[in-house]
Design a protein around this ligand. Structure first.
Ligand code: PLP
Ligand code: COI
Length: 354
């Protein structure tokens, strides 16, 4: 299938504004295609950013059959634009689609759609340090029917918008609240799919802790309430003695983060040991108290690498590294973003240039 391009007239096109914050401003164009049972995907189109017209009975509004992805385009200081491991996003999109009984999208075609959109809207890729164009591929169920069952029609769209720091703290450490009452996902459920319902389910606890001054919730496993899973919008890592990085193993209920995977591959090349295993919250808190844990940081596409300066659990606060960003997080941040912006060697072949 070819992608039809219906661009804005050159005089109507805009470029990235001077000031922006994550996820509120969108570029000039978007990609859309439609799926109908018996017909497959059709009408691939890049056209000006617009609202969608959907029946109030569309399945997505009632039963949340929806998936999404998040990836970024980075402007190289030397010119040109980089995408970071976009194949992993289109693969994960298909894994999420399968879990949510939605039609898959041919990986190369999905990548072509992302690249064509970024190429057309390249004026929107910011050049401010630490900024990027955040790309959001999404699929929604559109069948106008209230009977419970998989939809027979879907819309796939891709939008993009400039992004700076995800947290108001910037690169300063964030405070994280460990949920003791609420749970995000359970093994056998949809926690490892990138589907909106996981995020909707997290809002009740997240909004409560934001009022208390915390940025995110750290979720524990839903069966024993004991093992660490992930943070609202990122995976999490614990650094022991400045040398050994631990992150929860993929339990089936956490999102297999692409940033997490990149850290697991990158860290050993910088001399760090890495372990993926079940991490008991009580042990982790004891190891923070005893000083064995020297750093904690979250990692994700939107968040990049976010040092965690405080963890709160059952009304007690645990301060990590004097609430300062640590050396390991800083080094990994610099190495990872260096690869993304093309200022450091891409030994892993992670970059796709546009
Ligand atoms: N966990 C959750 C719940 C997320 O929303 C994200 C962000 O996408 C991540 C982890 C990190 O995943 P990635 O590194 O692929 O962005
Ligand atoms: C991302 O990091 O891409 C995400 O999807 C997290 C989202 C909650 C902003």
């Amino acid at each position: 299938m070819t992608i039809k391009i219906n661009p804005l007239k050159p005089e109507k096109r805009q470029s990235c504004p001077e000031e922006f914050s994550f996820g509120v401003t969108f570029s000039d164009h978007m990609f859309t295609q439609e799926f109908d049972e018996g017909k497959g995907w059709h009408d691939a189109l890049i056209s000006p950013y617009h609202s969608l017209l959907l029946a109030p009975s569309a399945a997505v509004f009632h039963y949340s059959q929806e998936i999404f992805e998040g990836l970024k385009a980075y402007r190289k200081p030397s010119g040109g634009i980089n995408l970071f491991r976009p194949q992993e996003n289109v693969k994960r999109f298909n894994r999420s689609a399968k879990r949510m009984v939605m039609p898959e999208i041919e990986e190369d075609f999905h990548l072509e759609a992302i690249k064509s959109l970024v190429n057309l809207d390249q004026n929107w890729v910011p050049d401010k340090e630490g900024s990027s164009l955040y790309i959001r591929p999404t699929m929604i169920a559109t069948s106008p029917k209230l009977g419970l069952g998989a939809s027979s029609s879907y819309t796939h769209f891709i939008i993009a918008g400039p992004a700076g720091s995800y947290f108001k703290e910037g690169l300063s450490p964030i405070s994280v609240y460990v949920a003791d009452e609420y749970r995000r996902a359970v093994k056998g459920g949809v926690g490892e799919a990138k589907t909106g319902g996981n995020y909707a389910a997290s809002l009740y606890a997240s909004e409560d802790v934001i009022k208390l001054g915390y940025s995110q919730v750290l979720w524990l496993d839903a069966i024993e309430g004991r093992f660490i899973e992930e943070v609202g919008a990122m995976n999490i890592c614990f650094v022991y003695e400045g040398t050994h990085i631990y992150t929860p193993s993929l339990s089936g209920s956490i999102l297999p983060g692409i940033t997490r995977d990149s850290i697991l591959k990158l860290a050993p090349t910088l001399g760090y040991e890495i372990s993926e295993q079940r991490l008991d919250i009580e042990q982790i808190l004891a190891d923070i108290d005893s000083g064995k844990i020297t750093e904690v940081f979250g990692c994700g596409t939107a968040a990049v690498i976010a040092p965690v300066g405080k963890l709160s659990f059952k009304s007690k606060e645990y301060v990590i590294n004097n609430n300062q960003a640590g050396e390991v997080a800083k080094r990994l941040h610099d190495e990872l973003t260096g690869i993304q912006y093309g200022t450091r060697e891409d030994k892993f072949g992670w970059i796709e240039s546009i």
